[in-house]
Design a protein around this ligand. Structure first.
Ligand SMILES: NC(=O)c1ccc[n+]([C@@H]2O[C@H](COP(=O)([O-])OP(=O)(O)OC[C@H]3O[C@@H](n4cnc5c(N)ncnc54)[C@H](OP(=O)(O)O)[C@@H]3O)[C@@H](O)[C@H]2O)c1
Length: 299
């Protein structure tokens, strides 16, 4: 359009704890198995030494040779070890599971609350838009934007392409009209756009914008532009998203590339929007990509 302007790959703490607990558990079980093997070997050795080679044959406990007592004692020791591994030190036991479930539930609750808030916000915007549409049928509110095929319009508060004819197209269409924009878009430009009434939307109370009118909502911006038969909403992503439902026309420059960015044009709903004209232009030294000027009117 007209001017220039984590993913978090980290394994989270819970996952690390889970891995550490699993590693400990494997070690514990390995050690138990080692103990079992050692006990079998030791006990057979006791029997062989005591009964076959008759070592200390004279030592008798309750009428049994000493090897029997040694075997029983070791077996009891092994039972205690098994109890310790499977009952006392169960790292991922019931308590641990309950703790994990509680954590998961609280995470889900936070997610649900966020979705609910988003939903309420969208519903409010929709309701306000419907009221606005009923009260306002005089002028043609127009969104004007340039967006890549994956709807990217900018990155890091800058435009991400140079398209000379798009700048001219923007200038031609908006000349003499009101241009309404979000505070971030305004700040991405070197100065207010000349020969147009610049209207900047912000939630900040004492915001000052040189050569521009400052307002605090989209509806207030449109009120300021009520004498204009075609006010233009010129971005960025936040403002497009909130105003697409109250607009009558979209002047979209579709840039034929898939690009990375952090600001997006909303998805166009073709049940609502009708393409009425389109004009394709090709990449050259003044244009980074092929692009098409498309006009949509609300059905
Ligand atoms: N390709 C294009 O056609 C095009 C056109 C324009 C912009 N862009 C790009 O888009 C990006 C900027 O877009 P963006 O989404 O980050 O920001 P933006 O829409 O330009 O501005 C967002 C700001 O507008 C204010 N705002 C939003 N909704 C409001 C409301 N309901 N009431 C009052 N104030 C409200 C807030 O300002 P405060 O924080 O001050 O409260 C908010 O931070 C940049 O990369 C720019 O280059 C591209």
């Amino acid at each position: 359009m007209a001017f220039k302007g984590e993913k978090n790959d980290k394994i989270n703490e819970d996952q690390i704890k889970l891995i550490e607990a699993a590693q400990k558990r494997v070690k514990q079980k390995k050690f138990l198995f080692f103990h079992f093997s050692l006990m079998i070997f030791g006990n057979i050795s006791f029997l062989v030494i005591n009964l076959l080679f008759e070592f200390k044959k004279e030592i008798i406990f309750f009428n049994y040779p000493w090897s029997y007592l040694a075997i029983t004692f070791w077996f009891l020791l092994f039972l205690m070890h098994t109890y310790n591994v499977f009952i006392t030190n169960k790292f991922m036991g019931k308590n641990w599971e309950e703790k994990q479930i509680k954590k998961l539930v609280s995470k889900q609750e936070i997610k649900i609350a966020k979705i609910k808030m988003e939903f309420e916000k969208e519903a409010r915007i929709k309701a306000e838009s419907e009221i606005f549409n009923q009260n306002n049928s005089g002028n043609c509110i127009t969104l004007i934007a340039a967006a890549s095929e994956n709807n990217v319009i900018g990155n890091d508060n800058k435009l991400i392409w140079h398209l000379s004819d798009d700048l001219k197209h923007f200038k031609e269409l908006t000349k003499g009209h009101c241009v309404i924009m979000g505070r971030k878009t305004f700040e991405s430009m070197p100065k207010a756009l000349p020969n147009r009434t610049n209207i900047v939307i912000t939630r900040k109370n004492n915001y000052e914008a040189k050569d521009a009118i400052v307002v605090h909502s989209i509806h207030e911006a449109l009120e300021k532009a009520e004498n204009d038969n075609q006010p233009f909403i010129i971005g960025g992503g936040e403002i497009y998203r909130q105003s697409i439902l109250i607009s009558d026309r979209i002047e979209l420059t579709r840039v034929h590339a898939k690009l990375d960015g952090d600001a997006f044009f909303p998805e166009i709903d073709y049940k609502i929007w009708n393409e009425v004209s389109s004009e394709k232009r090709f990449k050259d030294e003044k244009h980074d990509f092929d692009f098409t000027f498309i006009r949509y009117n609300k059905k």
